[in-house]
Ligand binder design. Sequence first.
Ligand SMILES: Nc1ncnc2c1ncn2[C@@H]1O[C@H](COP(=O)(O)OP(=O)(O)OP(=O)(O)O)[C@@H](O)[C@H]1O
Ligand SMILES: [Mg+2]
Length: 467
Amino acid sequence: MSEKILVIDDEESMCNFMEIMLSKEGYTVETTNSGLEGISKLQRENFDLVIADLNMPEISGLEVLQEIKSFKSEQEIIMMTAFASVDTAIEAMKHGAADYVTKPFKVDEIKIVIEKSINRKNLIHENVELKKQLQGDNSFDNFIGSSEPVVQLKKLAKRVASSDSTVMILGESGTGKDVIARAIHHHSPRCGGPFVSINCAALPEALLESELFGHKKGSFTGAIKDKEGLFQAANRGTFFLDEVGNTSLAIQVKLLRVLEERKITPVGETKPIDVDVRLIAATNSDLEAEVRAKHFRADLFYRLNVIPIFIPPLRERRDDIPLLADHFSAKFKKKMNVPAKTISPKAMAALTTYDWPGNVRELENTIERAVLLNRSDIIEPSDFPDKLTNPATKLVVSDEQPSTPTLESIEKAYIHFVMAQTGGKKAEAAKILGINSSTLYRKLDRYKLNNLTDPSDGNGNNNDFSK
Ligand SMILES: Nc1ncnc2c1ncn2[C@@H]1O[C@H](COP(=O)(O)OP(=O)(O)OP(=O)(O)O)[C@@H](O)[C@H]1O
Ligand SMILES: [Mg+2]
């Protein structure tokens, strides 16, 4: 604990007393005898708490309070007052003072008031941070990637967010379907409503039905009271049906009815209930193949597939790997409170050439593990699981699509990485890459990486690496 407190009191002895007492409590204390000097201090630096006397000759405590609040509305301020002027203290509370103490006060009394005030300040701060985090977590900017398919899919997702259309998110496991679904909801007119999601693969059929549509008391053994379904819980919001490909044909019929009529019928109920939900579905299986195999109803497929958004597997957009890796390294550094770590060029090369069958989730886990295990400030290939660095296992990871990375895609990803590391300085990048500048120019052109060059460094356009 070393919160900073500023004490403003025209009485020198009071300042001295507070300084000794509060320092003993572990606070960092500054004092001033002048209200004006107090104000100018606060304009220059931050204090967790201000304790100000109400009765001062030069400028009154009430004026000091109002002035401070005019430029730092969140500042916690405690007023000190003589018993005779309690009314003014109450007036000060109306103007935003957190509390007041009457002089002479007991040491314990002021300690409690200070503690309460600092706790409240910390709570407010935490709350603001949480809100920011929540908003941030659901922003499209949080979907990291600058490869062409990612730029395009984010553009499409942003556009459909404002509509009420049903969206189908397609992509292998770990490609970020959840992230996109949440971002769409939070950028839609329904963002004030609930975002409800269910993983259809996680529940047996009977349970899934009652989860989705609810049930009436007594409709089956164990239904001891009425239960509202998730469709109702999502009313006026967005309902995210994850792994919709794993539903039985019987449930598919009911889903189709919801989409057509916007009504649900709880299990054991006869009267349908209106629901107002926007549907986002996701699947990691090839639904069209499921339709052909008659495992998935064609009519439901077309109803759900109004706007398909496809997230390609990570191995097909290797240029996103360095950005994602740096993003996760920064994220875990912050979370684990460890010093910053850079990923060595060799380690980055290992990341960009691996096939990532678990996609971004696997990359995220790999970086988390590396940040945790690594004891230096540079992440090396030895911080990764063997499969990343062992060429024997490297290319046999995907059973779906044996997509060996091409030499070109690896070269492109590596140039991208080195350009980002050098801040777009071409001469420096060329040196690291071991090629001459004109070769680098050619390659930047060929791979459309010109936007990575530093504008102050020759003829580049911009150096926005943020997305
Ligand atoms: N482009 C991205 N930028 C940042 N983080 C991402 C990105 N894509 C995925 N992630 C992260 O990877 C992890 C997996 O993403 P998510 O859960 O959205 O995948 P999914 O496609 O829904 O997977 P599943 O099919 O297994 O449900 C999450 O921690 C998510 O935050
Ligand atoms: Mg998911």
